[in-house]
Design a protein around this ligand. Structure first.
Ligand code: TXA
Ligand code: MG
Length: 319
């Protein structure tokens, strides 16, 4: 009898994960932000399969992951100096620089754009995998399109099961929200998506940096910002504090301050800091669905520091 090997392969060894990537496979891997679902960015067929499996709209470009700054010019060309400077300052870490793209990166990766987003993750096992693969790796967050991102490998399995080839096993992502996407193609860089590096941090690098508002015209914005995102099946309602949340066994409550009657909710989570809230946010939304609750109340956070990215994801989940 010919039994096909169980998929996905759960790997502990970054080199084994790299071999899957080199042979055109779809490989999920841990990063400090969220898990990524990686594929060889120079292999058009593999990239096409990635879009299909993720259910990703073809007009939403992928971020290309590299191990070191030295690789930046294998992905981008005429790379603006500010992109190098930003990576030197904030990488390896949760920042993505958007720069003019090289032709070796297949067009579907960048949804036909002549720019490419590039990032160097801080997670050591991911960098070891990228180094061993010796390829630029295109990777969106490892969730079915529209769903909350995955911050654990178990959530990757929950979304994809045997539709992907391998998972490089790691712990829970310690930031828990995606990288900050910075457009470096203009004279002054602009933030297209808030993320793990805060606007304050970027402004300490260059005080002229601003964030693109949510209401700019489509061509002005990061394409991914136009699609529904981060949504659990449960309805998401944002509240200023617990008094706005209507307790019921069908409802969940997430927040920094305890609800006065937490036992009246089907489930609740209280976080000690914005960082902890951010780290746990996506997994908490997924848990609300596992418990089949119908609504989740999320307490708003001040949009400073990492709260900028958390507030953004909450608003988008609630849209
Ligand atoms: O932290 C992260 O960035 C994670 C991990 C896996 O690295 N990745 C991630 O990828 O969040 P994804 O595909 O879920 O989101 C990529 C975002 C989208 O909003 C996309 O539109 C934007 O980056 N993006 C990618 N390339 C772009 C480009 N050339 N121009 C403008 N925006 C771009
Ligand atoms: Mg995503």
């Amino acid at each position: 009898m010919n039994v096909s090997p169980a998929k996905p392969q759960l790997c502990n060894d970054p080199e084994e994960a790299a071999r899957w990537l080199r042979s055109g496979g779809l490989v999920a891997f841990p990063t400090e932000t969220v898990y990524g679902l990686g594929v060889d960015a120079t292999n058009a067929a593999a990239v096409e399969r990635l879009f299909r499996v993720k259910g990703r709209p073809s007009n939403n470009p992928l971020i290309v992951h590299i191990a070191d700054i030295a690789q930046l010019e294998q992905v981008g060309q005429n790379v603006p100096r500010v992109a190098f400077e930003l990576l030197e300052r904030f990488s390896p870490g949760p920042i993505t620089v958007v720069v003019p793209k090289r032709p070796e990166i297949v067009p579907s990766v960048t949804a036909g754009l002549d720019t490419v987003g590039v990032r160097i993750p801080a997670e050591e096992s991911a960098r070891a995998m990228l180094r061993a693969a010796q390829l630029p790796i295109a990777a969106p967050s490892a969730n079915r399109s529209g769903r909350p991102s995955s911050t654990t490998y178990e959530s990757v399995l929950e979304d994809f099961g045997g539709d992907i080839d391998a998972i490089l096993i790691g712990g829970a992502a310690h930031i828990g929200l995606e990288s900050t996407v910075v457009d470096c193609t203009r004279e002054v860089p602009r933030v297209l998506r808030p993320g793990g590096i805060s606007l304050d941090q970027l402004q300490s690098f260059d005080s002229r940096i601003t964030a693109v508002g949510r209401d700019v015209s489509p061509g002005e914005n990061s394409p991914g910002r136009l699609h529904p995102h981060y949504r659990p099946r449960a309805r998401v309602q944002l509240v200023i504090d617990a008094s706005e949340a209507e307790a019921s066994p069908q409802a969940a409550y997430l927040g920094m301050m305890p609800h006065p009657t937490p036992e009246a909710f089907g489930w609740h989570c209280v976080f000690g800091s914005t960082e902890e809230y951010a780290r746990s946010f996506y997994e908490a939304l997924r848990e609300v669905d596992r418990r089949r609750l119908s609504i989740v109340y999320c307490q708003r956070v001040p949009p400073t520091g990492l709260g900028g990215a958390l507030a953004d994801r909450m608003e988008r989940a609630a849209e």
